[in-house]
Each structure stands twice: as structure tokens, then as C-alpha cells.
Design a protein around this ligand. Structure first.
Ligand code: C2E
Ligand code: MG
Ligand code: MG
Length: 748
């Protein structure tokens, strides 16, 4: 390089040996450029100032230019954009592009041509205006337009045109950067469409971040969950539902985190408390590969669908006329009930009811009246059953009833009685007062059938037997049950009469102390002498009296009879023994028992020490409940309490400790097998030790022989009661025993 030039370059801060940076080139280029552009005079001045010849200047310019071009084309190649240089008349000076094949016209056909040579209207007009605007404003101008690329595909372009300081042959020049924005615009359009669709969707769409906080929710969420979107952003999903509900259970999250998606139905309460059924689709998504997972939840309100599905289900399984379960549902329930009883020790019963005389009513008064009668019957029967029972209409005038959890046949008889009772009052249908009864057949399961068909058939057979025997009757499939049911019924009726009449009396069984052999008390036992039938066992009639609600008057009768007897003994000059009275657990739970006992004792002036109550261990006494208050009141009065039939119920030690019990009566069943069954011996011994540790006396019941007596004495039992010492006897018998004992005592 020319020495002088080097010097001049240095003056300008340029180092000709090294490749100058962009800015330095720019400065120099524009200097040279300016010189060329202005006038010959200027160029000359520059040549002079740089002390170089015209040729050298020319060469330098070319070199700089080509070096700059190389740089420019390198830049252009690095970018996807196309760069056009034009002069102010629209003539193309240069084109830079890394993909010339994309150009509408090949580069060599562009350079040196004007826009008119290349384009037609309307593009030509568009570009012309762009150029004019850029030149006039001196600022960057931008347009977007469509035109085919080199392959003939219609593409979308964005052009930015800016006038440059650089002049070409004295003309102003412009730079245009053109970018293919087809894909971007498509993506944007798609984005807009998606956003529009999301906000117009009837499905609720909620997006959660990795911390499961809501980052976005569409307007549908507002209407489904009745919340404002602005108020839920940044919060957990629970803001969408009421306090007690949770939109997604932990189990669902676990599935999501392992499998990436979950769907299912959830029932929630909205924040305002209304219930709503939702169908959820939840997906775990990774928005970008380096971003933590997000969750997209689609919520569909299926409350109505749910309701209509339920309604459909109801229609399919219920009788349109009465609203009761129909044959299909009945069959299903019977199957389930049968399966349950096969697993447990309880029985169930199937009642098959057919209305008597229904056909006559239907034929004479018309179907409408018949229908309304069936509805009335359904309503009345429904009122007599428990919620767990299934009353169904099989069709016509046939109804069925499934009852589970039966422990005793008596329960069925009571229910039968109730069902028959339901037909006693006439049914009012419009202006008619209609009377109808039902013939009822009963099969007990699992005994009367192992399949539903068998059970239905047997109940049906029993129903026909009931019809044949004169309507308004019931029959069990097993004949024996029908008989015992009738006798139960009969006994119950008899009890009512017995209380009013004079059929009850008391007997007394003596209790002896083992150590002294003395008579220390008696147990009052109730007897019923039924006219024409003889003596009936208390084990038969006491449970019936309990069920028939007669135990309270019966118990009161016993207590009063005992008091009268004590007074009678006293008046006869006999020192009365302590009398143990059995107390039913049903009496114990009635408030005011203790008060009525107190007033009874006061009325007869009987000392509380002469009375003992025997309660069964099945009464679980909880502090604060009625039984507790009653027992507490009784012990306060000085009345002693004994646990009867110990070992047959489910007594817990806690229960025993809770109350001041004076004695514990070992049940007859354990005493019976003493010396036969080692287990029973161990139980009796343990019971005696246990009672003693609680400060209670033991009384062995049902002692029938001397071996038992000897064992009990050796084991440390306090008292005995049983046939070996004395059977239950009349009050006079007890008086004789007492007198004999007194005489023996005084004789000693
Ligand atoms: P319980 O209270 O356990 O009465 C004892 C029962 O055992 C009595 O039967 C008695 O006759 C019988 N017994 C006594 N010694 C022997 C014996 O050595 N061998 C045998 N095999 N049995 C013996 P009973 O009188 O038939 O009374 C049965 C149950 O009826 C009583 O059992 C009691 O739970 C209940 N009961 C009796 N009277 C009344 C009453 O006035 N009120 C209440 N609520 N229940 C009563
Ligand atoms: Mg007893
Ligand atoms: Mg007993």
C-alpha cells in the first residue's frame, strides 16, 4: 500500500495492515463514498488529502467495496432474510440472500432492473408507495404482502425499507429487508384461533403450573364453578370448590404423575354450596423441553347428564304407577340379600302379597280407580316398612317385600301383623271408600331356597295357600312356621287378657349361703297360669311381653306383688328374706323407674334392704344414659344389684366395674356341666375369682346335685340356688322353711 495512504489511514485512526472493524470501515467507506458521490472536485480534494492518485483511489474503493461485499454477503447468508439495495428510482443495485431460489425472480435478473421491469400491479403500486414513503419520511417503512416465491408457492412477506445515507452515482439509495413470515403468521393465526376457541369453549379449561397453581382459566370455568377467573389465578384447585370438597383426590394426582393423564367423574360442591358433577380430563404437559411440567384440565359440567342418566335408570328400575322398585330391581335386591344372608347367620324373608278382590274393584269401577287404589296401597305399605326393606310392585296387584336381618320368627309375625293391619282401614279413592285385604305368602331365606327363582316360587306357592284358606291370611312356605306364628299371635293376645285378669302369680326360689347353710334370700319368679292351657314358661312369655310393649305393666305388677308378699310375711310374724326381682333391660331404659320403685317401697313401708334387682349383663350401661340414672337411683336407695345369667352375654369388665354390683349369678349352663366339662370348671373358678376381685359375691344358679355343690364350695362360691336346695315354691312354702330354720336356730 502506498506509504502516504497508510499515513492518511492512520490519521483517520485506521490500520491498513489489520482488518478494520465494521465501524471503521463504515467511516472510511462513507468518506470515500462521499468523495465519489459529491463531485469530481470533492474526489479530487480527497485524493489530494490522502495524497493518492486517482487510480489508486479507484483501486482502494474497489477493494474496500469488495471486502465490504464479502462481509455483507456473509451477513446475508447468516440470516434468513433477503436484502435488497435500490436507488431512489427503484432500480435494484444489489440483492443479498442465502436462498436465491426463494426469490420470485433470480438475482441476476433483478440487479440493474427497476421495479417496473419486474412487478405488475398491484404489487408494483404497493412497492412504489413504500419507496416513496421511505424517501419522503426518511424513516423506516414497513408493509406486508403476499406473492409467489421462486417455486411458485404463494407466501407472505414482510418488507422493511429504509433510506440510506449512501448514494449511488449521486442518487439516494434504500435498503429493504424482506422476510418470509408465512409460517410465523400461520402460527400466529393458529394461536389466535386457539385462544378464540379456548375462550369460546363450553368446556372449562384450567392450566396449572408445576406447583399446581392456576395460571390460566377460560370463561367457561367461571360459569361452571361460579368463580371469577381473576380471583382464582395463582391459587390451588380448591378455590374452585366448596370447603369440604376437593377437585382432585391425591390418588388422581398420583396417576397423573406416573401416567401423565387422568380422567374421571367427580362430584363437588361449588363455592356457593350447590353440588355439581364434573367430567375431568387432566393431562400433564411439558410446554418446552426445559420447562417444568404443567397440567391442563378440561372440565365438563355433566350435572344435567347425570341427573337425566339417573332419571333414566330410575325409569328402568321403578314402577311407573307407584314409583316402587319394579321386578328388575326387586330381583337384583333379592339376589344381593340372599348373598348377604349366606355369609351371615341372619335370615331374610320374602313376602309375596296379592290383593284380595282387586279384580272386582278394577272391573266394576274402572282401571283409573284400580290404578289409584294400587298407588294408595303402595303408599300405605311403604309407611309400615323400614328404609332398608325393599317393597316392590311385580305387576298387577302383586307386591313383594324383602326384609333382611331377621333374628327370630316372631319378628316376621309382627311384621305380618303390621302389613295386615295396614289394610284394615279403607282406602279413599275419589268419592269411593274401598276395602281390600292381602293374601301373603312368606319364604324364609336361605332356608326356603338357595336361588331367587326358588324363593319367589315358594313365596308365591305360600301366597296361593293363604288365598285358598280364605283370603286376608298369611302362610309360610314351611308349614310348621305358620303354626308357631299363629301360636305366638295367640299368646300375645292372651297376655293382654292375663294382665287384666288374675292369671299371674309369683313363686320364690330359696338361695342358701354355702358357708353357713342358711337361707339368705329368695328369687321371685313369675308364673302364668293360662285358663285352658295350663302353666306357660316365663322364657316364652317374657320375650313376647317385651315385644308387645307389655313388660312395663308386667314388671310393675311383679314388684307390687313382692311388696305385698313381704308385708304379708311380716304380718304373719315371719322375718322376710331378701327378695331378688328380675328386671328386664327394656324396663331399665325407661326414665323414672327408680322413682316409681321408691314410691312403691314407701307406700308399702318396705325397706330397700329387702329388695335386690337382677339385671342381665347385656345392658351396657353408659354413664349419663337412662339405665345408668335408674341403677344409680336404685343403689342410692340401698337396693342391691345382681348380674343375672353371667357368662351368656357380652359383659365387659369395664361394664362391671362401672357400677356397684353386689353379686354375680353364674349361669345355669356352666353349673350344669361342672365335673363333665373342664372348660366349664375353669370358667366357674375364674368367675368366682373375678367377682371377688371386684368385691362381689357369687351365686351359682341351677345347682342340681351334690357333686356340683361340693365343687362350688371348694371353689369358694358364696351362695347357691337350685333344685338340689329348693325348687321355686309358694310364699307359704318359703314361710315354712323360714319358720323351720328359726326353730332350729333357737333350738340350738
Ligand atoms: P332366671 O332369672 O335365671 O331364673 C332362674 C331360672 O332357673 C328359673 O326359671 C328357675 O326355675 C330355673 N331354675 C332354678 N333352679 C334350677 C335348677 O336347679 N335346674 C334347672 N334346670 N332350672 C333351675 P324360670 O322360672 O322358668 O324363669 C326363667 C327366666 O324368666 C328367668 O331366668 C328370668 O330371666 C325370667 N323371669 C322369671 N320371672 C321374671 C320376672 O318376674 N320378671 C322378668 N323380667 N323376668 C322373669
Ligand atoms: Mg333371675
Ligand atoms: Mg339366671
Amino acid at each position: 500500500m502506498h506509504r502516504l495512504l497508510k499515513r492518511q489511514l492512520k490519521k483517520l485512526g485506521l490500520d491498513a495492515e489489520r482488518v478494520p472493524d465494521q465501524e471503521q470501515w463504515q467511516r472510511f467507506l462513507s468518506l470515500v463514498d462521499e468523495a465519489y458521490a459529491q463531485s469530481d472536485q470533492d474526489r479530487y480534494t480527497l485524493e489530494r488529502s490522502l495524497s493518492i492518485s486517482s487510480e489508486e483511489m479507484q483501486a482502494l474503493y474497489q477493494r474496500l467495496k469488495s471486502s465490504s461485499e464479502a462481509r455483507m454477503s456473509a451477513i446475508a447468508k447468516a440470516f434468513p432474510d433477503m436484502i435488497f439495495f435500490q436507488d431512489e428510482e427503484g432500480r435494484y443495485l444489489d440483492v443479498l440472500t442465502s436462498r436465491p431460489e426463494e426469490l420470485y425472480v433470480p438475482p441476476e435478473k433483478i440487479i440493474g432492473r427497476t421495479m417496473e421491469d419486474i412487478f405488475d400491479e398491484p404489487l408494483l403500486g404497493l412497492f412504489r408507495k413504500l419507496l416513496a414513503d421511505a424517501l419522503n419520511s426518511g424513516r423506516l417503512q414497513q408493509i406486508e404482502y403476499q406473492m409467489p416465491n421462486g417455486k411458485g408457492e404463494l407466501r407472505m412477506y414482510e418488507a422493511r425499507m429504509v433510506p440510506m445515507e449512501f448514494r449511488d452515482e449521486g442518487k439516494r439509495s434504500l435498503l429493504t429487508v424482506v422476510r418470509d413470515v408465512t409460517d410465523i403468521r400461520r402460527e400466529e393465526t393458529r394461536g389466535h384461533l386457539v385462544a378464540k376457541a379456548v375462550s369460546a369453549a363450553r368446556e372449562g379449561i384450567v392450566i396449572l403450573d408445576e406447583k399446581k397453581h392456576i395460571v390460566s382459566a377460560n370463561p367457561a370455568v367461571e360459569s361452571i364453578c361460579q368463580v371469577a377467573v381473576t380471583e382464582i389465578l395463582g391459587k390451588g384447585l380448591s378455590v374452585l370448590c366448596g370447603a369440604e370438597t376437593q377437585l382432585l383426590e391425591d390418588a388422581a394426582w398420583r396417576i397423573l404423575d406416573t401416567q401423565g393423564r387422568w380422567h374421571g367423574e367427580v362430584q363437588i360442591c361449588r363455592v356457593d354450596g350447590t353440588p355439581v358433577s364434573l367430567w375431568l380430563n387432566v393431562d400433564r404437559v411439558n410446554p418446552e423441553s426445559d420447562m417444568p411440567p404443567h397440567y391442563v384440565i378440561l372440565l365438563n359440567d355433566i350435572t344435567e347428564l347425570h341427573a337425566s342418566r339417573q332419571e333414566l335408570e330410575r325409569l328402568a328400575t321403578h314402577d311407573y304407577l307407584t314409583g316402587l322398585p319394579n321386578r328388575i330391581l326387586f330381583q337384583d335386591r333379592l339376589e344381593q340379600a340372599l348373598a348377604r344372608t349366606q355369609r351371615s347367620t341372619c335370615s331374610g324373608a320374602l313376602f309375596f302379597m296379592d290383593l284380595d278382590r282387586f279384580k272386582i274393584i278394577n272391573d266394576s269401577l274402572g282401571h283409573q280407580v284400580g290404578d289409584r287404589l294400587l298407588q294408595a296401597v303402595a303408599n300405605r305399605l311403604s309407611a309400615h316398612i323400614r328404609p332398608a326393606d325393599t317393597l316392590a310392585r311385580m305387576g298387577g296387584d302383586e307386591f313383594t317385600l324383602i326384609v333382611e336381618d331377621l333374628r327370630r320368627p316372631e319378628d316376621i309375625v309382627q311384621l305380618l301383623e303390621k302389613l295386615q293391619e295396614a289394610f284394615r282401614r279403607p282406602f279413599r279413592v275419589g268419592q269411593h271408600e274401598l276395602r281390600t285385604t292381602a293374601s301373603i305368602g312368606v319364604s324364609i331365606f336361605p332356608r326356603d331356597g338357595r336361588t331367587t327363582d326358588e324363593l319367589i316360587k315358594n313365596a308365591d306357592t305360600a301366597m296361593y295357600a293363604a288365598k285358598e284358606s280364605g283370603r286376608d291370611q298369611y302362610r309360610f312356605f314351611t308349614e310348621r312356621l305358620t303354626l308357631s306364628a299363629y301360636s305366638y299371635f295367640d299368646t300375645e293376645q292372651g297376655l293382654h287378657k292375663a294382665l287384666a285378669g288374675d292369671e299371674f302369680y309369683l313363686v320364690y326360689q330359696p338361695q342358701y349361703e354355702l358357708s353357713s347353710g342358711q337361707l339368705v334370700g329368695v328369687e321371685a319368679l313369675l308364673r302364668w297360669h293360662r285358663p285352658g292351657q295350663g302353666l306357660i314358661s316365663p322364657s316364652t312369655f317374657i320375650p313376647m311381653a317385651e315385644m308387645a310393649g307389655l313388660i312395663a305393666p308386667l314388671g310393675a305388677w311383679v314388684r307390687e306383688a313382692v311388696c305385698k308378699q313381704i308385708v304379708a310375711w311380716q304380718e304373719a310374724g315371719v322375718l322376710p328374706p331378701k327378695v331378688a326381682i328380675n328386671l328386664s333391660s327394656r324396663e331399665l331404659v325407661k326414665p323414672g323407674l327408680n322413682a316409681s320403685v321408691a314410691s312403691l317401697l314407701a307406700r308399702y313401708r318396705v325397706s330397700a334392704e329387702l329388695i335386690e334387682f337382677e339385671i342381665t349383663e347385656s345392658v351396657i350401661i353408659e354413664r349419663g344414659d337412662v339405665a345408668y340414672q335408674n341403677l344409680f337411683g336404685l343403689t342410692e336407695m340401698g337396693i342391691e344389684l345382681a348380674i343375672d345369667d353371667f357368662g351368656t352375654g357380652h359383659s365387659s369388665l369395664v361394664n362391671l366395674k362401672r357400677f356397684p354390683l353386689a353379686s354375680l349369678k353364674i349361669d345355669r349352663s356352666f353349673v350344669r356341666d361342672l365335673l363333665v366339662d373342664e372348660n366349664d370348671e375353669a370358667i366357674v373358678r375364674a368367675t368366682i375369682v373375678l367377682a371377688r376381685s371386684f368385691g362381689m359375691k357369687t351365686v351359682a344358679e341351677g345347682v342340681e346335685n351334690h357333686q356340683q355343690l361340693a365343687f362350688l364350695r371348694e371353689a369358694g362360691c358364696d351362695r347357691v340356688q337350685g333344685f338340689v336346695c329348693g325348687k321355686p315354691m309358694s310364699a307359704a312354702g318359703i314361710a315354712r322353711l323360714l319358720e323351720k330354720a328359726a326353730a332350729a336356730g333357737s333350738g340350738e
